[in-house]
Design a protein. Sequence first.
Length: 952
Amino acid sequence: MENGDRPSVRPKMAVLTPKAIIHQKFGSAACYIVEEVREPLQNDCPGLAISLKRPCLYRCTLQLPELTVESECFNKKRDAEQSAAEIALLKLCIHPSTSDPMEISPWDDLTSRILYLFTDEFPIGTHPTCGHFRAALRRNGDFFGFIPIPAIAVCDKLGNICKSFDPLVEKNPCLAISHILKAAASLSESILTYEGGLWLRRQKPYPPEVLDSLKNCSPVKNIGLRVIYIPCSIKDAVEARTLNIASDGYYLDAIALELGLPDASEVLVSRIIGKSSSETRLYFSASGNLMLDCFNAAKQATDNCHFNHRATFLSGQDIYGGALMASVGYTWRSADLFHEDLTLQTYYRMITSKTPSGIYKLSREATLTAELPVTFTSRVNWRGSLPKELLFTFCRQHRLSEPVLSIETLPETSSKSQGSCEKMEDMGAAANSKSNRNDVSSCDEKSNKLKYCFRCGIKIFKQENLILEYMPKGTHKKQQDAVHSSSLTVLLWFNNSLKEPEMPLKSLLSSAAALQINIDVQSFQKEFATYQFLHNKRDSDKAEGGTALLSNGKTKSVITQPNEVCSSKMDDGTGVLLSNGSVVCISYAVSLVEEGEHVKELLESSLNFEFEIGVGAVLPDLEVLVTQMSVNQSARFHMESLRDIILAAAGDSSKIPSILSSESCHLEYDFTLLKVTEPLEDRMEQAFFSPPLSKQRVEFAVSYIRRSSATTLIDFGCGSGSLLDSLLDYHTSLEKVVGVDISQKSLARAAKMLHSKLSRDSDVAVPISNLRSAILYEGSIIECDSQLCGFDIGTCLEVIEHMEEDEAFKFGDVVLSYFRPKLLIVSTPNYEYNVILQGGNGQKQDEDPDENSHSQGCRFRNHDHKFEWNRDQFNSWASELARKHKYSVEFGGVGGTEGVEPGFASQIAVFRRMGVLQGESDIGVGMDVHHCQTVWEWNRSSSVGDGAVSSA
């Protein structure tokens, strides 16, 4: 390609239909007339009054300047048209192959298309490119009739033809211009090139009737179009400008003037960015170097440091120098010039939509509030675009191939079964209800059927290059859950990788491997190098007026009047501790505030915004406060301003940039909790039991604490601290309590709640006088850590069912062989009780639309449960652990009556260490691995927590 000849790349052969060949040779001179042909059926039933007709057939007449032909009758119009075209080709002695459609090389296709563009009839046609020809023929002066090559390379099919034999055109639009110039040079008898410029014009003048028809076009008014200028240097701010287009002018001439270029031929045009229905494109300079040598342009421009990272990131094409983003051009919809104003918000929303998190924010219309959830629990609880839709959108934004999804259907193994239904008949008798007996029978029948589970693999390509491949280990009971869960995993990995562009290669690979993701590092870095450079630059720079850009998206929150929120909850007793899986509804408003000047601009608001607790669907500060509030309670907090995300949310307000230039500006969030929908599991338990099962489990644990006179307690899988918080309301002998969990968000909520309760002034009504310290650890409860050893009592209430079954077995071994508490209380749902709980009406509104058709036996109580055991399975698990590790075990439960089928709703095992074993005093010694990190600690001596709370 460097020798100036035709491209050395082997061309792909374009397959053309007879109609396409006719169009190439005759253009609009070919006229197809299709008529309906109806033939009545012969009536075989004398006396029948109904008129019978055959199905409608179509016949096509093709009129060409040289001849007219007629096709046979066909069931479809297009078949009739193709037949007429084929007959015409035979009469014209153009003989396509009898076995294959006629083939034409892309290079010949390119030259034929250029010739067709300069035919007499093309300027008066309806193709969007015709608008450029009409503008050229209305122009006065030396450039009358000249067409800028960059315009037709993008607006016409010429660019796509060039891509068919040179894939590099996709990335570098200059290459298409080079190919068009070479093709035009071979047509010198018909096409004239302009020396020193990127212009084309036909040699023969247009007929007078063509020029006269253009004079009759409706006049166009002067246009003042709002556009966005993107400077080459990332240190310079993006700015809004006004583009003035004269009524008798050409819009590319106006753009050239705005960019400081001599004429329209030096304006390169990008592909459409944003919505495909828009005409939003980037316009930038074709420098002298580009015109002289398009093939070496990239290297020369890079050497001159003219690469425009922001514009390149938006378009996916190499752009050098300053760029103008404008929504203007000719369309199929009208012969008039289409134009639409753009704002800074348009630009920043486009930037935001390039990341998975940004796509989700925009889908929720909550740019400043929403966050991409880290977990997909169910379609019922999910709000906004589903993960699969988000992944497909992300790939389209970066011009990646559509993700390839592979669904595997696997039979459930016995270890993954939902529990036994063999005792369900007795359960129905105990409930003394005919409906319950029917439900039990139904559950029993369904449980005997072969059950299946699903997992979804994902592959993402760029053309033929594999960028990413993911195949999860875990499975799901429903196919759509598998698809969305896998899609979300891939989205989160992309999101985290783009947030940390300086991540070492080893860390990048390990983060992918931890999720069972395989990546082609070279392809990944090539596709996202521009974003990484852009991200690094933003991280090192300051926004206008000195407001720091926080590149990793983390925020520093300043919660105003936190005691007011918490005290009203604690004092009146109306607050409800929200558990993970709850769906809350809030109304909120986010404003940009400038302190001292009393300036406040509303940026974003919603009267009805729903999100799920515990999945990271909103800002951490917002979720922490919501979990401490009661319905109809309001709160407010402040946050540092992030300029890019603010401008993406802001409307067309001239005050926003001036406020952002102040160092004292911040975001102010005002919100009210309107409604709480608790998880299905909680609602079922509250409907059947009083007090609720959660409270009964706490009372069960407290009774053992009091009888044992325990002074230390550790809660394995403490979550948001509901058990620890409840224990503070009872007078016990406890002096030290510890909670450990793997979720930073849950621990942050627990810390806020415990800190508020423990830090209040001494009050005789609050029996916490014996407690001296409280600690929260972040870490896994199935990994050995000496910090978790040597406690009097360990609790693990409704936790193991959230693990995989093999992890539940590992937890049992670790806690009884290494941590070795004197007493261990473990509770888990009794699967046999589900048929009673699910006989109520509370669950109906939470069922997926596809739930009934895919239901396999009784459902789990919670979408996050990996398994649920019946009594035999739980007893077997606990008894074997006790035997192996020298513990005694006794069984009990809450919710239900002992000895009455189907047992307790929550089954409980109490492990008690048997005597003092040799070496017991050495428990935890020698285990130097401290994988658990302290996230919060409170000591009575200081009466103030040290504040080490992770905001996740």
